[in-house]
Write a protein that binds this ligand. Structure first.
Ligand SMILES: Nc1ncnc2c1ncn2[C@@H]1O[C@H](COP(=O)(O)OP(=O)(O)O)[C@@H](O)[C@H]1O
Ligand SMILES: [Mg+2]
Length: 301
């Protein structure tokens, strides 16, 4: 297998505990609206796939917009690699070349006539030379598997193709952190699987990916870490641990992931080994039920 192509410099600095982008003591309230978040300390850690989980209205989109600079915290601050962001032109450019948000509805993001023009917009806006823009667009179209759509008018694309184009536009900025708001919503099962494979490719190439979702099963399967948005605040931890916490899930208005529920049941009935995590997928369930006696012998070599 060939080495995944690095989409950014591998040794850019990060802040305390590997934080690429973080909020300290952050609060946000909409004008004439609710206080959505307050006293929030939150970090996106380099290289850790993070799922942001909460029921509708829990503040996932608000948090993502704070992290990507679309909203400015009313209190506290946003920092990049430990340095507070300034919301002037220079500071926002630094933020946008580090963190890119893909909004939930691609129709809120796409506006150019063709796929290629849309994906070029961000790099052109950075004032990059033409060959650099072309290289980035080619790389982003390839990463999203939409090279064949380059000249297609955006209004003739399917929903899934529009989603991919919107993500390509963010990838063309070569962000260290790619934030996706409910990226699988509205996709059919095959579209979801293809998107997860694409995101895996971006992760392998060194991009830190954050996803908002209310799908606990998807989060368990996909994420290294999970952040649960509860009325009492945001709880973050390893996905497999946090998503086994019934108390926190209940506070967040979510249910136990299917895999964890099945694993508990199998263990309670002695049908699976007494320790361990998961299963996270149907394949892991099959392996767990088969057990070591009927499976392949474990080889240490
Ligand atoms: N533009 C807005 N103006 C006023 N209130 C808003 C606005 N956007 C979101 N809200 C409110 O803020 C809360 C959090 O919303 P949001 O961040 O969109 O949650 P989620 O993405 O988890 O569904 C909700 O109560 C929502 O109604
Ligand atoms: Mg939302």
């Amino acid at each position: 297998m060939s080495e995944p192509k690095a989409l950014r410099e591998p040794d850019a600095p990060s802040g305390p505990r590997g934080s690429v982008v973080g909020l300290r003591g952050a609060a946000y309230a909409y004008e004439d609206g609710p206080t959505v978040l307050s006293g929030l300390d939150f970090d996106v850690v380099e290289g850790r796939a993070l799922a942001l989980l909460g029921r509708n209205g829990s503040g996932k989109t608000t948090l993502m917009r704070l992290l990507s600079g679309g909203l400015r915290p009313g209190r506290g601050n946003l920092s990049l690699a430990g340095t507070p962001v300034t919301y002037d032109r220079k500071g926002l450019t630094r933020l946008r070349t580090t963190v890119q948000l893909v909004v939930q509805d691609p129709d809120d993001q796409l506006f150019a006539a063709s796929v290629e023009q849309d994906v070029s917009f961000g790099p052109l806006n950075l004032g990059l030379p033409d060959p650099e823009v072309r290289a980035r667009v080619a790389e982003a179209l390839a990463a999203l598997d939409i090279v064949a759509l380059a000249d297609r008018p955006t209004h003739l694309l399917s929903y899934g193709q529009r989603k991919r184009t919107a993500i390509a536009g963010a990838v063309a900025m070569r962000p260290r952190v790619l934030i996706l708001d409910e990226p699988t919503a509205g996709l059919d099962p095959d579209g979801q699987e293809r998107l997860l494979a694409t995101l895996q490719g971006l992760r392998d190439a060194g991009t830190t990916v954050v996803m908002a979702t209310h799908d606990v099963d998807l989060a368990l399967r996909w994420a290294d870490d999970a952040a649960l948005l509860t009325p009492a605040g945001v709880r973050t931890g390893p996905a497999a641990e946090l998503l086994g916490r019934r108390d926190l899930l209940e506070q967040a208005g979510l249910h136990l992931p299917w895999g964890i529920a099945v694993g508990e049941l199998l263990r309670a009935h002695g049908l699976a080994p007494g320790s361990g995590e998961g299963p996270r997928t149907a394949e892991e369930l099959a392996a767990l039920v088969a057990g070591p006696q009927s499976g392949e012998p474990v080889s240490e070599s």
